[in-house]
Design a protein. Structure first.
Length: 414
């Protein structure tokens, strides 16, 4: 009897263990590109011009009855240097201030005081994900920790060039960044917004980042009904007794539809200032339709700057419209053509257009080679480049100039 119980217990333990899994995964993507503008040319390389290089560890346990518990730890990678994490999509650290007082004698005793303030930005390891969650097939999916923003997650479905550069992905990344939107109108960083810098007195800048694509907090996604799914996410609320309830925080929601050849989304992101007012918003509408060998995409995004982000930092509103056509030449070859236009709503003289054509060849399900040509045309005070937002060196040296880029790269997923 005892032997039977021991055997039964061992079998139960083995079964429970078999229902748990931990997986190491990643995406390695390195490109080489040559850009030429009115002021010269550059030859460079990066790890996100095609798709973002990253690695992660994910795990799942089946609790039975359609319920699972899972986790994900995900880090960005820069292949050329081996660096993990990113300052723009990761945690923003605190600022430090030091004061030095000294006395010197030059015909008299003179007191000298120097004050230095330094803003430190961390490039933390798991900048793109560090969450644990529980999901049920009939009740939905709940996550807590660092995770994808609902608006950003929806935006990734409507890339019109097939890679991060030359189009929609490049434009929405730049328009959603509190440190990059300024390049549309020649302004300054939106320091009043969460994630823009701890020197402004923000309380939870560490949970967001300057780009707003990821945040530390909670989210809930409904089950899918007739192709529809709703998701809501919010950064960690009220971090202290003396802090305004929604100060320097982020919240977002999305309604996504996927059924057969049609995919569509509406999503919104709100970021607040120190007073808890919505000061920086993104509103997205995207549609994708597959018809045989063709894929048609359209994306519209509106950036709205209000409250202190406008009155104190001088921020401008912006719109992005992107159109794309993809064609599968064969099971291995694919061609994407995209056109994207970004406008300054407050000053029509500032405009940024991108055109791109990209070919991709799939060596296998995991390995793809790509090559493309893109052109950015800046007008007025606009100063953006063709290569994806993470490549600061591709931004033209002067406003109102055009830039053309040839890019090629290799992507391998595991």
């Amino acid at each position: 009897m005892k032997k039977s119980l021991v055997a039964l217990a061992a079998l139960a333990a083995t079964t429970a263990f078999a229902q748990s899994s931990v997986t190491l995964y990643g995406n390695m993507d390195q490109s080489v590109f040559r850009s030429k503008s009115d002021t010269g040319f550059l030859l460079s390389s990066n790890s996100n011009g095609g798709s973002t290089s990253l690695w992660g560890i994910t795990g799942k346990e089946d609790l039975g009855g359609g319920t699972t518990v899972s986790f994900d730890l995900k880090s960005e990678l820069t292949l050329a240097s081996g660096q993990t994490g990113s300052a723009s999509t990761g945690l923003n650290a605190t600022s430090s201030t030091s004061t030095t007082t000294g006395t010197a004698t030059v015909a008299a005793s003179i007191s000298a005081t120097t004050t230095t303030t330094t803003n430190n930005y961390n490039s933390n390891v798991f900048n793109r994900g560090a969450w644990v969650g529980i999901a049920n097939a009939g009740l939905g999916d709940f996550k807590i920790g660092r995770q994808n923003d609902a608006w950003w997650e929806s935006s990734t479905k409507y890339n019109n060039t097939g890679i991060n550069s030359f189009g929609w992905a490049n434009a929405t990344a730049m328009m959603s960044g509190t440190n990059s939107l300024k390049n549309l109108y020649g302004g300054s960083d939106l320091s009043a917004i969460a994630g823009a810098g701890a020197a402004t007195g923000a309380t939870n800048v560490g949970s967001v980042g300057t780009g707003g694509a990821f945040y530390g907090g909670i989210s809930y996604a409904t089950p899918t009904f007739a192709g529809f799914q709703f998701k809501y996410g919010k950064g960690v609320p009220k971090a202290g007794y003396t802090v305004n309830g929604d100060a320097n925080q982020i919240n977002s929601y999305s309604l996504n539809y996927a059924n057969g050849p049609l995919t569509a989304s509406y999503a919104q992101q709100n970021r607040t200032n120190a007073a808890g007012d919505n000061a920086f918003q993104q509103r997205l509408l995207g549609v994708k339709y597959v018809m045989g060998q063709y894929t048609f995409t359209y994306g519209n995004n509106k950036t709205t700057v209000s409250s202190t982000a406008r009155t104190t930092d001088g921020g401008h509103d912006a719109t992005v419209n992107a159109f794309g056509v993809g064609y599968a030449l064969s099971p291995k070859w694919n061609l994407d053509v995209g056109y994207t236009i970004t406008k300054d709503v407050d000053n029509s003289a500032n405009k940024w257009t991108q055109t791109g054509i990209v070919g991709k060849y799939a060596f296998s399900k995991r390995t793809t080679w790509y090559v493309g040509y893109g052109r950015s045309a800046n007008e007025g005070s606009s100063r953006f480049g063709s290569v994806y937002a993470g490549s600061a060196n591709s931004i033209p040296a002067a406003a109102g100039t055009s830039e053309s880029t040839i890019i090629t790269g290799l992507k391998h997923a595991f």
